[in-house]
Design a protein around this ligand. Structure first.
Ligand code: ZN
Ligand code: ZN
Length: 337
């Protein structure tokens, strides 16, 4: 009674490839995901550019700069979709028992009507499912000034996926714009996600992620400017994640410190934001003695979890922009390239 099944199975034997099309969105973009375990950043790239511009040997993650060959960038959703499609295809050639298994298997899979974005909070990436209505206004479209590759991200990008180009000033401006865009979309997120807990949790992740992106954007920008300085001392990795250390380096190289650009009250606000980023990245937001001492934030005691408000992220993004403009003026004054 299994004759047909066996014949179908025999026909399938040795067949190792099945072509499953992955659909583009209406604008011709499709999803990619950074294969680095610590990153898993998701972005979109114009399919035509993926075919024409991106090289098989090397693709760059827009967020972390990780490089890998071009076949490593499937998103988890695309892999699941391919598995489902493969099962559906094969089950058509097999008997109903297999089809029932497949249906059972399929019913356990995440349905495809949501767009997933990866938010790197608390060191480990956190998957947040955003309905398209919420994800769309947060999407930042970027055209690489070096190779004209078109790609899109939510929040922040620092490298072109095709050529790895990092135009520090353009990336900084676009990243801050992306952060503001994400914050502007918070109401859309609240409306689009019906379940209140999920919605508030998602909003919290977006706000915290925005703060981390803002500090990273500043760090990358300051590093890039500093590297153009004629007699700059070697800077330790992540030195510009630390405001006073960065200011010290800057002052040694240019004669001007951050205090020449921001008031001490503004610097104190920014210092607090930078320390909060540190907590989000290293202690899952739990206040430690170091934070209490360095942030000047007396609202918390050791062991509490910080609450990041949308307004403070906007303020931090604004101060970071003023500081970055000031650094650019200093650098131009020094005749840096
Ligand atoms: Zn990455
Ligand atoms: Zn490029």
């Amino acid at each position: 009674m299994f004759g047909e099944t066996l014949r179908a199975l025999q026909a399938m034997e040795g067949r190792t490839q099945l072509s499953i099309p992955i659909e583009d969105d209406v604008e011709g973009y499709f999803d990619r995901e950074c294969p680095s375990e610590e990153c898993l950043f998701q972005f979109k790239i114009l399919n035509q550019d993926w075919k024409d511009k991106v090289r098989d040997e090397e693709v760059f993650c827009p967020s972390c700069g990780h490089t890998a060959t071009s076949e490593k960038w499937w998103t988890q959703q695309q892999i699941e979709h391919a598995q489902q499609a493969a099962v559906a295809h094969l089950s058509g050639e097999l008997n109903n028992a297999v089809a029932r298994d497949a249906a059972q298997w399929n019913s356990n899979q995440v349905k495809g009507s949501f767009i997933s974005i990866t938010m790197k909070v608390n060191q480990r990436p956190t998957q947040v499912l955003l309905p398209p209505a919420a994800a769309e206004p947060m999407r930042l479209k970027i055209t690489c000034p070096a190779c004209a590759c078109h790609y899109a991200v939510i929040g922040a990008a620092f490298f072109c996926p095709s050529c790895g180009y990092n135009a520090a000033d353009q990336q900084f401006t676009q990243t801050v714009a992306g952060i503001i865009q994400s914050l502007d979309a918070l109401d859309a997120v609240r409306t689009a996600i019906v379940d209140r807990d999920t919605s508030e949790n998602t909003v919290r992740l977006i706000v915290e992620n925005s703060l981390q992106n803002a500090v990273t954007a500043f760090q990358r920008y300051a590093e890039a400017l500093y590297a153009t300085m004629p007699n700059a001392n070697a800077a330790r990795r992540n030195a510009f994640q630390n405001l006073s250390e960065g200011s010290g380096l800057w002052s040694a190289a240019t004669g001007k410190s951050y205090n020449d650009i921001l008031t001490s009250a503004e610097l104190a606000t920014l210092q607090c934001a930078f320390q909060q980023r540190h907590l989000l990245a290293h202690t899952q937001g739990i206040v430690d003695a170091d934070y209490v001492q360095k942030s000047g934030d007396s609202r918390y005691q050791v062991g509490q979890r910080i609450v990041i408000r949308e307004a403070s992220v906007r303020e931090a993004a604004n101060l970071i922009t003023i500081l970055a403009c000031g650094l650019l003026a200093d650098a131009s004054g020094m005749g840096a390239k």
